[in-house]
Design a protein around this ligand. Structure first.
Ligand SMILES: Nc1ncnc2c1ncn2[C@@H]1O[C@H](COP(=O)(O)OP(=O)(O)OP(=O)(O)O)[C@@H](O)[C@H]1O
Ligand SMILES: [Mg+2]
Length: 462
């Protein structure tokens, strides 16, 4: 594997010496004479190791070290220090530097230090990569569910993953939108390319533009170096636009232009850059409603919803709850190094009947807590702590939300609902049929007919 090493040293001669000394090591060198230049390179290239002098003309080696540790802490940084200024090197090591070498270089010392650093750096990269591969975490096989609803979704995602088509995944919070997006990428011809998520809700609109399209040095106050945007970095891969419903209207227009032309410019730049990127977007908002309310651009809506996939809330595919529960319990057992405990029938029944406002994420959390509480080889009702069912008080809900709550959560049928409404109206009117009928928007005769049908005595006053 070719290794990318960034050397930061203001003396050209010194850089040449290092490069010459390491010329047999299968390394691609990137050179910078100052910290600011170095950070720009670091931001735009996949650097595996940094070697830096501490004293530099503008941005110091310590600042470079801080930047690396903050942004990609797995990259080792080796400090070059002048003989006799070991104190600085020690401070740097405390701040996370891997090691230091003193000038003038002793060839052996420099080589062995770099070899060690690279071993560790490669190991970290490899472990990261292997872990993902072994777990096969984002494979469709790891999306659990064999209800007709989930089977349909997996079939659709399987088909669309073979293409470059833009996908819009909708569903309540915790239904698995990100999981499905990642699986769609992993099973696509772009799987070797990056999968880059951008959370449109977490980033303020002004920064979101910079995050998506990148910027040139000096594009705005604080833009000290050129930075590639996510669009550019995702080239050859997939850009996952999470919470797209939260994207502000001005960013929406810019984004629409990119989708139409497949090209964009960095902020403060005029060079047009081609984007070879597949878009998967997700939201828990009702985009059609937002379009009607002029909160989401209609033209953008049609662009992103070329292939919409709606993941239903968990309460609409309760058949999957036992399977999902066993899957999570197995996962936690492995992680905790424990035998897989049994889930009692009562527990499964409780889990199947819970309203699951937080969907699959909530189920997963409940089972993690249950595993911790149970300790033994059985999870019983004692170990399962379910959250209160209402996130919102009734008074803040609209009629659709109330109906959804009654039908999905309370599982009230139409007849029960009718009888409850009638009983309520009669109680409120002090058993006055005419008043109760008015309250219910029915004629007196109709109410009497319904009372009879329900087997209730129509013995009320008028
Ligand atoms: N079908 C599934 N099988 C297995 N695990 C699942 C499934 N769906 C979701 N999960 C797990 O549930 C958790 C939540 O999923 P994810 O983050 O994809 O949801 P989301 O819809 O993106 O949520 P949010 O809207 O809150 O961002 C994750 O730990 C995920 O691995
Ligand atoms: Mg998500």
């Amino acid at each position: 594997m070719l290794t990318n090493v960034l050397i930061i040293e203001d003396e050209t001669r010194m850089r040449e010496v290092i490069i010459m000394l390491l010329s047999d090591m299968n390394i691609k060198f990137f050179e910078a004479a100052d910290g600011a230049e170095a950070i720009e390179i670091f931001e735009n290239e996949n650097i595996h190791l940094v070697i830096t002098d501490l004293k530099l003309p503008q941005k110091s080696g310590m600042e470079v070290l801080a930047h690396v540790k903050e942004n990609r802490s797995e990259v080792p940084v080796i400090i070059i220090t002048a003989f006799g200024s070991i104190d600085n090197a020690v401070t740097a090591i405390r701040q996370g530097a891997f090691d230091y070498v003193t000038k003038p270089f002793k060839e052996d010392r420099l080589r062995s230090c770099i070899k060690k650093a690279l071993q560790i750096s490669h190991l970290t990269f490899e472990v990261k990569h292997l872990r993902q591969e072994i777990e096969g975490k984002y494979n469709f096989n790891n999306i659990i569910g064999n209800s007709p609803e989930m089977c349909d979704i997996l079939r659709m995602a399987g088909e669309v993953s073979k293409t470059d088509t833009t996908v819009l995944i909708t569903g309540e919070s915790g239904t698995g939108k990100e999981l499905l997006s990642r699986a769609t990428h992993i099973n696509s011809p772009r799987s070797k390319g990056p999968f880059l998520p951008v959370n449109c809700a977490a980033i303020p609109s002004a920064l979101l533009e910079a995050e998506l399209f990148g910027y040139e040095r000096g594009a705005f106050t604080g833009a000290q170096q050129r930075k590639k945007g996510k669009f550019e970095m995702a080239s050859g891969g997939t850009l996952f636009l999470d919470e797209i419903g939260d994207m502000e209207l001005d960013v929406q227009s810019k984004f629409l232009r990119v989708l139409e032309s497949h090209a964009f410019e960095r902020l403060g730049g005029d060079k047009s850059i081609q984007a070879d990127v597949r878009i998967i977007a997700a939201t828990n908002k009702d985009l059609e409603k937002m379009v009607a309310e002029k909160l989401f651009r209609e033209d953008l809506y049609y662009r992103v919803s070329v292939f919409p996939i709606r993941i239903p809330p968990l309460r609409e595919h309760r058949d999957d709850i036992p399977l999902l529960s066993r899957h999570f319990v197995q996962g936690f057992s492995k992680a905790f190094g424990r035998k897989i405990p049994m889930l009692s029938d009562k527990v499964l029944e409780m889990l199947v009947n819970h309203p699951w406002k937080g969907n699959i994420r909530e189920l997963k959390n409940v089972l993690e807590r249950a595993m911790i509480l149970s300790k033994g080889d059985r999870i019983t009702r004692r170990h399962v702590v379910l959250n209160e069912t209402h996130e919102k008080p009734f008074s803040t809900m609209n009629i659709d939300q109330i109906v959804s709550l009654l039908i999905h959560d309370y599982r009230v049928g139409i007849e029960e609902l009718e009888s409850k409404c009638i009983t309520f109206a009669l109680e409120r009117s002090g058993n006055n049929v005419s008043q109760a009928a008015r309250m219910l928007g029915l004629s007196r005769a109709t109410l009497r007919y319904r009372l009879e049908k329900m087997g209730l005595p129509a013995s009320a006053k008028n």
